[in-house]
Design a protein around this ligand. Structure first.
Ligand code: FES
Length: 173
């Protein structure tokens, strides 16, 4: 359920947008941050706030890779599988991280900490292979460096317990 504070914050954002649709992704991402993923309840709330139908919200939600319509771990690890990253070892990186976490791509670790997802180009092709956790991009990620990034993300999550989309403290590399 939405808090009154979050509800009025979202209403203010919508009021400042030129059209409600312009604010839609922002609203959806905030609801996702609130619930941890975009629940059916969140879809209905977004629709109510934005004056859209739940189906319209659903269409937007399923278009964006960073919107999760299923439960995810505290941190979602997006590993790019587009051409530049694939050519620079992205496949081995994904396989290594999957083995380390004990999940298949798309899966969530038993402790609920990480969801590992392949994704389309993250716009960081010059630094391939790339992965992203929260809002932080990591470039030129070797399998070993990937492990280190996960280990840091695990430590950060212990002190910053918010859900997916939470910016990590580590700088881009
Ligand atoms: S192909 Fe991976 S970031 Fe563009």
């Amino acid at each position: 359920m939405l808090t009154n504070r979050l509800k009025s914050d979202l209403q203010a954002r919508i009021a400042h947008a030129v059209t409600n649709r312009e604010a839609a992704v922002d609203v959806i991402k905030e609801l996702q941050r609130h619930y941890g993923w975009l629940t059916d309840e969140a879809v209905a709330e977004a629709a109510g706030l934005l004056g859209l139908t739940p189906l319209q919200v659903e269409e937007l939600a399923t278009f964006y890779e960073m919107i999760y319509r299923r439960p995810v771990g505290k941190r979602v690890v997006h590993v790019c599988d587009s051409i530049s990253c694939w050519a620079m070892g992205g496949e081995s990186l994904m396989a290594h991280l999957a083995a380390k976490l004990g999940v298949e791509p798309g899966g969530t670790t038993a402790d609920g900490m990480f969801t590992l997802l392949p994704c389309c180009c993250l716009g960081n092709c010059g630094e391939a292979p790339t992965l992203m956790i929260g809002d932080t991009l990591y470039g030129r990620v070797t399998p070993e460096r990937g492990e280190e990034i996960l280990s840091n993300a695990r430590e950060t999550a212990a002190t910053v317990p918010e859900g997916p989309g939470t910016p990590q403290e580590e700088e881009n590399v």
